[in-house]
Design a protein around this ligand. Structure first.
Ligand code: GRF
Length: 202
């Protein structure tokens, strides 16, 4: 399966996906990395792996629709099977999602439906949570609310700072996302009537 990964920053999740895709027999290949930030550190990491990159800087476009349409035109040329949002800090509209519904994944650094949105680690700490974690979900029009594909949990440790917890969660994100992508690429999960449906393990 042909995968395009969207990033806005360091791209550590993109690197994990790229490394997984490089394993023999992995059912997906990353054919492009797209960023909304020309300064995204992940762009150099993608290029170092021979992955083609594209930058669509928001301020270069009159509005959100123009920005998304420019990306959609390039996507039409690339013709991906799957899109992985990985640290992509921009909401995508229904017009963008619809052509790819059921084929767009996102990784969010909380155990959804808890803590959608930003500052998830500090919020978990403030709430006195004893576990935290991350979620890979199908992207739908609502923010961070699509059907859940996979989750991983980590302990919240006494006196954790948000940065300490973020690092612990990021480590398991790097395991979780490739596993979730594999499920989708192999057709072992799909989105049907707004729900994630899993093929029973044989
Ligand atoms: C991290 O906070 C991660 O939890 C979330 O996006 C941020 C950047 O990730 N998914 P990455 O290193 O750019 O993949």
């Amino acid at each position: 399966k042909r995968v395009v990964v969207f990033i806005s920053g360091g791209g550590s999740n993109m690197v994990s996906l790229a490394d997984a895709c490089a394993e023999p027999g992995f059912p997906a290949e990353i054919v492009a990395v797209i960023s909304d930030k020309p300064t995204a550190g992940g762009l150099a990491k993608a290029e170092a792996r021979g992955i083609r990159t594209y930058v669509f800087e928001r301020k270069a476009y009159a509005g959100k629709a123009e920005h998304e349409n420019a990306i959609l035109e390039t996507l039409a040329d690339i013709n991906p099977d799957i899109i992985c949002l990985a640290g992509y800090m921009r909401l995508i509209s229904g017009d963008f999602i619809r052509p790819y519904e059921g084929r767009i994944l996102n990784i969010h650094p909380s155990l959804l439906p808890l803590f959608p949105g930003l500052h998830t680690h500090q919020r978990a700490i403030d709430a006195g949570m004893k576990i935290a974690g991350c979620t890979v979900h199908f992207v739908t029009e609502g923010m961070d609310e699509g059907p859940i594909v996979a989750q991983a949990a980590v302990p919240v440790i006494t006196d954790d700072t948000a940065d300490m917890l973020a690092g612990r969660v990021l480590t398991v994100e790097h395991e979780l996302y490739p596993m979730a992508l594999k499920l989708l690429a192999e057709g072992k999960v799909r989105m049907e009537r707004g729900r994630a449906e899993f093929t029973p393990a044989d």
